[in-house]
Design a protein around this ligand. Sequence first.
Ligand SMILES: C[S@@+](CC[C@H](N)C(=O)[O-])C[C@H]1O[C@@H](n2cnc3c(N)ncnc32)[C@H](O)[C@@H]1O
Length: 275
Amino acid sequence: MGKESSMVDLDYLKGLSYPDFVGFINQWNVLPGAYTTLSKWIAFSRITEKSHILQFACTTGFQSREISSLTGCTGDAFDLSEQAVKMAKYNQEKYAPHSKINYFQADGLTLKAEPKYTHVLIGAGFQFFSDPAMAINRTLEFLKDDGFLLTSPFYIEGKIPDSLILEFQSVFGITPTTQDYKTVMRYFKGLEIIYEDRNILIPETEEELEHYCTGIINRACQLYNITDETVRRYMYDRLYKIKEMSNKLRPYQRYSVLVLRKRKGVYPDRLIELF
Ligand SMILES: C[S@@+](CC[C@H](N)C(=O)[O-])C[C@H]1O[C@@H](n2cnc3c(N)ncnc32)[C@H](O)[C@@H]1O
């Protein structure tokens, strides 16, 4: 799978962008709320074996793979990163061979849309697109009438210090969401809110971070037969820094779990009060 161990050197790893690095080490870069969010989506948008889903910006495939495994639904999933898609295919084969998802590389901003899906999953992924509003509008083009958009966006309470934003940019190569709740919800104003809840994130302890990073990097080293301690250390430190950075943002971040419906006779108006 992937590169030969002899080809995995420090220069190669240092040249990888954040999404490619995550894909390379096969970090299951999950949506806010992980399995808990998937369980809510499945229950409140009623995903069954008859559903046909699309995951936008699938990274290593977590959302679509696990939902297909849990419900028997079919579907497609794509990401801009070749590396991430390669890993999504590998994960499907290794961890969920019965899931019925087709993974491919594509740009969500230009991919030709066919309105044939009952559900489109995006997690917080749209907030990593160069144009989040356009990403959301594009997801809607793939939905059948009465279809569901499933998302779990981050929003901010209070103000993130500028120094933390700069530090985040240096680790991730992008700016974190700095939008408040009402600003984020504006992306979805044409849709009916079938289910919503709002959640806090409890920062992980050092012990939890170490346990997580050790497991991921041990697995990556096995995958590529990496025995060079410098390479292993670089991967561990880079992943730890990514997780530590996310941890520092947690006190300011919240996330919603949303099940949104696009119904022809209603969209893009709001005919139901917000509460
Ligand atoms: C941080 S990850 C998503 C995290 C997590 N899976 C979630 O949904 O919350 C963002 C992903 O968006 C992908 N991405 C960014 N722009 C894209 C585009 N134009 N088309 C497809 N994927 C894109 C990146 O390659 C990356 O894998």
